[in-house]
Ligand binder design. Structure first.
Ligand code: HEC
Ligand code: HEC
Ligand code: HEC
Ligand code: HEC
Length: 422
């Protein structure tokens, strides 16, 4: 959902500014769902909730199409289940705007995806009044596995060769449309091959886990551009048409979705409602975990960490600096965002997460915030037998475990250290 409110606001403003004279489509080249904790063929409840809000958000704000990448398959399996499909579609009509020409369900419990969608727009300039049919088709590479292998069966779906699928589907689509947009979740070399082998394609919008802001490339008939990896930038591709309605030129740019772009109020309502639901879900999970294993989790004896209260007893001066630093308030920052139970956030805002320190605000509140031992290392042994030799901090690498893209792209040790020097 990151960036949704700003993205919606930009697109609305674009439509207003261009006086609705420039028809616009909004598409996603793949990797819209969160699947990072897909294991034992199951997604955790909170990931299901996040993804549900993604399909809802995309639908509510009129995205035209999204490509399914192999990364999206675990949740797609939930959406395409035949059981209850009609009801789901009614609730999330965007399901029918998810496309892939080379991904197919393996069993008979799932519906097939549409290979493409066709949108019709009416030109207001150039060939004013002319209707143009735009075909949007999707392709994904198979799931890469280390080293250098691929998995073509994943999460109950089969990922066919995208190049063979392209040769089958594109001539058919060409017969029905005037302009073809291929959404491609694959690397640049594969996108170039797709363009080279298929003269039907007019434009390829690619995506992958890399961030590109390059100029468009031209291969065969197609222009290739890449979407930025994070939701911090919106890619805008402009297609200029000749008097006869055919495409003359394609130019791209990347719009930073920063604080200069206001949040759209209605999209912000959706994002807020989504966050409230995640937080409740995560809080319920944390409570359930606490009731399962109460005493072992309450910090206490077994943790190699002791917490800042103990350090403060002997290191008053350092504690004074810390309490007044932002590290000392990092949990409050998450609470303001209502994301204090979000495991994708807490790791960098606490001490010893997944290392015997912080687990959740219910079981280990004493380990909230970026405490001394996050930098100096677990201090139980030192606290019971104090002396020199404990607590070496490797700088700046230690800092950069957290101070890195995308949370902090501007980290500079020489500037930051003086702010927390103690
Ligand atoms: C019981 C008192 C006590 C507690 C509790 C304590 N320390 Fe210390 N700490 C000391 C003493 C004494 C020294 C040695 C100071 C000296 O000789 O300069 C020291 C030294 C250090 C040093 C410098 C090591 C060096 O080689 O110069 C660091 C860093 C440090 N403590 C961090 C911590 C942290 C973090 C905690 C909490 C996990 C903590 N201390 C808890 C008493 C304590
Ligand atoms: C465990 C993750 C983590 C590590 C390691 C870490 N930081 Fe931070 N740092 C944070 C977080 C999170 C914040 C923001 C806290 C907030 O505002 O709620 C922050 C904020 C800061 C700020 C305030 C930034 C500002 O603009 O005022 C400074 C300065 C800083 N860190 C310096 C450092 C330095 C120097 C190191 C290494 C010695 C370091 N940090 C290591 C997580 C970390
Ligand atoms: C990889 C580590 C990391 C993760 C994961 C992380 N943060 Fe942070 N966060 C930081 C650091 C570092 C800073 C301090 C940035 C600075 O101001 O220099 C920070 C600062 C912040 C701030 C203050 C920013 C500001 O401009 O005032 C907020 C709010 C925040 N984080 C929320 C979140 C949320 C919400 C999540 C989960 C979606 C999250 N963080 C996940 C490391 C992280
Ligand atoms: C963001 C990381 C970070 C946090 C949090 C942090 N420290 Fe440090 N601390 C450092 C760094 C870096 C140094 C400088 C080490 C050096 O100069 O070699 C340092 C230095 C020290 C020293 C002096 C060591 C010496 O050799 O003189 C002590 C004592 C100390 N810290 C204790 C604490 C205590 C107690 C806390 C919590 C209240 C704390 N630190 C929190 C990173 C941190």
């Amino acid at each position: 959902m990151g960036g949704l409110a700003r993205r919606v606001s930009y697109i609305k403003a674009f439509r207003l500014r261009s006086n609705s004279e420039v028809p616009a489509l909004s598409v996603d080249a793949g990797n819209l769902f969160t699947d990072d904790r897909f294991s034992a063929n199951q997604l955790p409840a909170e990931v299901m909730t996040k993804n549900k809000w993604v399909v809802k958000g995309y639908g509510d704000f009129h995205h035209d199409a999204a490509n399914i990448s192999y990364l999206d398959l675990p949740y797609l399996g939930e959406l395409l289940k035949k059981e209850g499909f009609d009801k789901r579609l009614e609730e999330y009509p965007f399901i029918q705007r998810l496309v892939s020409a080379n991904i197919h369900p393996m069993g008979d419990q799932h519906r097939e995806l549409l290979p493409y969608v066709i949108r019709e727009i009416t030109l207001k300039r150039g060939a004013a009044g002319k209707k143009v049919r735009i075909g949007v088709v999707g392709f994904s590479e198979p799931k890469p596995t280390a080293p250098n292998g691929v998995e073509t069966v994943y999460a109950g779906f089969r990922i066919d060769d995208p190049f063979e699928a392209a040769k089958k589907v594109l001539p058919e689509l060409k017969g029905k449309t005037d302009f073809i947009v291929a959404l491609a979740y694959m690397d640049m070399a594969s996108a170039q091959r797709l363009a080279t082998e298929n003269p039907e394609i007019d434009t390829i919008i690619g995506a992958r886990q890399t961030s590109s802001m390059d100029e468009p490339q031209h291969f065969n008939q197609a222009t290739i551009t890449y979407a930025y990896n994070q939701t911090k930038y919106l890619g805008e591709l402009r297609v200029y048409v000749r008097g006869d309605g055919s495409a003359e030129n394609q130019i791209n740019r990347y719009v930073a979705l920063d604080s200069t772009i206001p949040d759209d109020p209605s999209a912000l309502d959706v994002v807020t409602a989504a966050h409230t639901e995640f937080t409740k879900e995560q809080s319920d999970n944390a409570t359930a975990a606490a009731s399962l294993r109460p005493s072992t989790l309450i910090g206490g004896g077994e943790s190699p960490y002791v917490g800042v209260e103990t350090c403060a007893g002997c290191h008053e001066k350092e504690n004074e600096v810390w309490v007044n630093s932002r590290h000392g308030h990092a949990m409050a920052t998450l609470e303001k965002k209502n994301q204090q139970f979000d495991n994708e956030c807490v790791g960098c805002h606490v001490v010893g997460f997944q290392k015997g320190g912080f687990q959740s605000l219910y079981t280990t509140p004493q380990f909230a915030n970026v405490q001394c031992e996050e930098c100096h290392g677990p201090g139980r042994a030192h606290a019971s037998n104090p002396g020199k030799g404990y607590g070496f901090v490797a700088t700046p690498v230690g800092c950069m475990q957290c101070h890195k893209e995308p949370n902090d792209p501007h980290f500079d040790f020489a500037v930051y250290w003086p702010k927390i020097k103690h």
